[in-house]
Design a protein around this ligand. Structure first.
Ligand SMILES: [Zn+2]
Length: 305
């Protein structure tokens, strides 16, 4: 499980004359919001889908960045004439069951996402931190089970930042506050699972799934290499073909690992990333060992790889 966080610079937000909903917003009555004023986390969906066969699942960071930029442009009516993301955060369900979070209004600015006042008389755009999930979870049903660990890790991080967070809701839960909240948002596939959303810290044993798989693959490849190494000297031509296939697999794995590490680099340095970092060092060490073995085999069979 993992959560990748992209701040506005990382996803390429357009520079705007001022950020909305904070002390730098020139409209009257705007101020920074203290984290202690945040009482709940409200979930929305953006209705803006990924234009392929999996409209609520995002294949790579480039797609996410492009969509975040589109959302920034989409609702001028929500920003007093200025364009910005009306939510505190955008969330994207990624193919590998991680989630990518893009900073919208962010932690200290009010949003333009949930109309009216709660039962405590406070504006919901102040008390609620809104995460809007990329896609249309009403018209395109999706079993979000694979993403629940990452979604909950994100909720846990919100709670770490804003310790007074108590409730996890969906936009439509606030229908009593305003007719604008009479909506299908955040869509059936999310709304029906909200009871499983949690601020609880993630389980201790959840090593990064991708790294775990990479290590398994490396172990299998390692056995194959040992066999190859033992057989070097006999049937040299066959060995060369085997070696070529093994090396191609190795290169593909190495590429995947490099991409994953590049994405991890965009995460903020949070304490719970340390276990991941350790794991990835192990993957890199194993890759280095493989390189050495390949070199040895290549030498023995006369330059196969
Ligand atoms: Zn909504």
């Amino acid at each position: 499980m993992s959560v990748i966080f992209l701040d506005r610079q990382a996803w390429g937000a357009d520079a705007i004359p001022y950020r909305l909903g904070g002390r730098d917003d020139p409209r009257p009555g705007k101020r920074d919001i203290a984290l202690s004023e945040r009482l709940g986390s409200v979930n929305h969906h953006t209705v803006s889908v990924d234009p392929d066969t999996s409209p609520n699942v995002w294949e790579n960071v480039a797609e996410v960045k492009a969509n975040a930029r589109r959302i920034q442009q989409a609702r001028p009516d929500l920003g007093g004439g200025f364009l910005d993301v009306p939510y505190n955060f955008l969330g994207y369900l990624m193919t590998d069951a991680s989630v990518t979070i893009c900073e919208g209004r962010g932690w200290v600015r009010s949003g333009a996402h949930t109309a009216g006042k709660g039962r405590d008389g406070q504006y919901l755009n102040i008390t609620q931190l809104a995460t809007s999930w990329g896609g249309n979870f009403e018209d395109n049903r999706l079993d979000i089970s694979p993403w629940l660990p990452a979604i909950n890790e994100w909720h846990h991080r919100q709670k770490q930042m804003a310790p007074k967070l108590q409730t996890i809701t969906g936009h439509q839960d606030w229908a009593f506050a305003s007719d604008l909240n009479r909506t299908a948002c955040p869509g059936h596939s999310i709304y029906t699972r909200l009871r499983e959303f949690s601020f609880e810290p993630p389980e201790e044993d959840d090593m990064d799934e991708v790294a775990r798989k990479a290590i398994e693959e490396l172990k299998v490849a390692d056995n194959g290499l040992r066999t190859l190494l033992a057989a070097v000297g006999q049937h040299t031509r066959d060995n060369r073909a085997l070696l070529k296939a093994a090396y191609d697999d190795h290169l593909a794995l190495k590429q995947r690992v490099a991409e994953h590490i590049a994405r991890q680099g965009e995460e903020p340095n949070l304490p719970d990333d340390q276990a991941n970092a350790q794991l990835w060092r192990e993957v890199q060490e194993r890759i280095a060992e493989h390189e050495a073995k390949f070199a040895k085999i290549a030498e023995a069979v006369g330059g196969g790889a």
